[in-house]
Design a protein around this ligand. Structure first.
Ligand SMILES: *Cc1c(COP(=O)(O)O)cnc(C)c1O
Length: 368
């Protein structure tokens, strides 16, 4: 069965192998006589599913031993509150604003602490990253928040910034919802990293939180118990009933990730290289044509979300209709920026991007 290519920003395309395995196991998970959805979250079968998923996530992302991996609910938007509730101690936190998502994180944090703007690229229309002399880090900050990949504006940190070199001392709090699992992470300065699963890791409903053990246990008294990292950690992410089916699908995605190979590379290294190749193909076509525009500076263009505009606005509906007719789905840009956006998460095959760029070249020839 051949399915269309789905470029949605999230919830996003999932590997076909994963969907097929989930379908095959739907009524009876490995002889238990139950669907995963029907199992007790404390029973032996689900415990094995959850423990395997956590082990695979740790292995793939090389999470250091002094960090805990928590499975929570509420998505990254809830974490925008949960992070200051757990880490700020009601004092100062620094926010780096590089697009719509980090701007939202900063606004939410103000309810819980003195959330300062340490740097912003809003003046550029979110087309770049702050340079060293634009940073204003607070020496008393409890953490420095940033978004590693801005899903709406298509701006990605090529690597996490070295906060110490910029005069800071606090650990990073990173919203990596739209690039977790797309490349290796340097954990050395990270205090907490969080991500909703529905971009790169699975379906919506489960939120991955990777937090340094020494930061647990300092939540504000008003923090809901279900959102207190220490309580969640002490209960192995089962303080409240976890989103069991979403965790199961995420586990299948992680196993699929471990099986990947590409150009002689395996696992996350293969995925990372393939993501670079996919994004390169698309940016090359955008830059080669006067019809397509992407204004993000080359060094911080996102490998995951590629927003682009047509130089002639009246062609937008034609582009989308023709793309759809060629089985290229969900390319419409975010409502706040308009134009188009192609999301190229791990599960988007190289063939999907090849099909998109061949359509775009053809479209440019006919309409350019
Ligand atoms: C999608 C996304 C969010 C929102 O996630 P929810 O699961 O809806 O809370 C936040 N931040 C980034 C970077 C995202 O890509």
């Amino acid at each position: 069965m051949s399915r269309p290519f789905n470029f949605a920003p999230g919830p996003a395309t999932l590997p076909q192998e994963v969907l097929e395995q989930a379908a095959a196991e739907m009524l009876d998970w490995r002889g238990t006589g139950m669907s995963v959805m029907e199992m007790s979250h404390r029973g032996a079968a689900f415990t094995e599913i959850a423990e395997t998923a956590l082990r695979d996530l740790r292995e793939l992302l090389q999470v250091p031993a002094h960090m805990r991996v928590l499975l929570m609910q509420g998505g990254a938007i809830a974490e925008n509150a949960i992070v200051p509730l757990n880490l700020s101690r009601g004092t100062v936190a620094d926010y780096v604003v590089t697009g719509a998502w980090s701007k939202k994180s900063h606004a939410e944090a103000r309810k819980y602490c003195e959330a300062r703007l340490a740097a912003s690229t809003e003046d550029s229309g979110f087309t770049t990253l702050p340079v060293a002399d634009q940073w204003r880090l607070s020496h008393q900050a409890s953490y420095v928040h940033l978004c590693s990949n801005e899903t709406v504006h298509g701006v990605q940190w090529p690597a996490l910034p070295d906060v110490r070199a910029l005069g800071g001392a606090a650990p990073l709090a990173v919203d990596c919802s739209s690039d977790i699992g797309s490349r290796a992470i340097d954990w050395s300065q990270v205090g907490v990293a969080y991500a909703g699963a529905q971009k790169n890791l699975g379906p919506s409903g489960v939120t991955v939180v990777i937090v340094r053990e020494d930061l647990l246990g300092h939540a504000l008294p008003s923090c809901p118990s279900a959102f207190d990292y220490k309580i969640v950690a002490d209960n192995d992410s089962m303080y409240n009933t976890p989103p069991t089916y979403a965790i199961y699908i995420m586990g299948l995605v992680l196993q699929w990730m471990k099986r990947q190979s590409y150009k002689g590379l395996h696992g996350l290294a293969a995925i990372e290289q393939r993501n670079q190749d996919k994004a390169h193909l698309l940016y090359e076509v955008i830059d080669a044509s006067d019809l397509y525009i992407n204004r993000v500076q080359a060094h911080c263009r996102s490998l995951m979300n590629v927003p682009f505009f047509l130089s002639r606005d009246e062609l937008n509906p034609v582009f989308l209709a023709e793309a759809q007719a060629r089985d290229l789905l969900q390319l419409k840009g975010h409502k706040s920026v308009g134009g188009m956006r192609a999301s190229l998460y791990n599960a988007m095959p190289l063939e999907g991007v090849q099909s998109l760029v061949s359509f775009m070249k053809d479209f440019a020839t006919r309409h350019g």
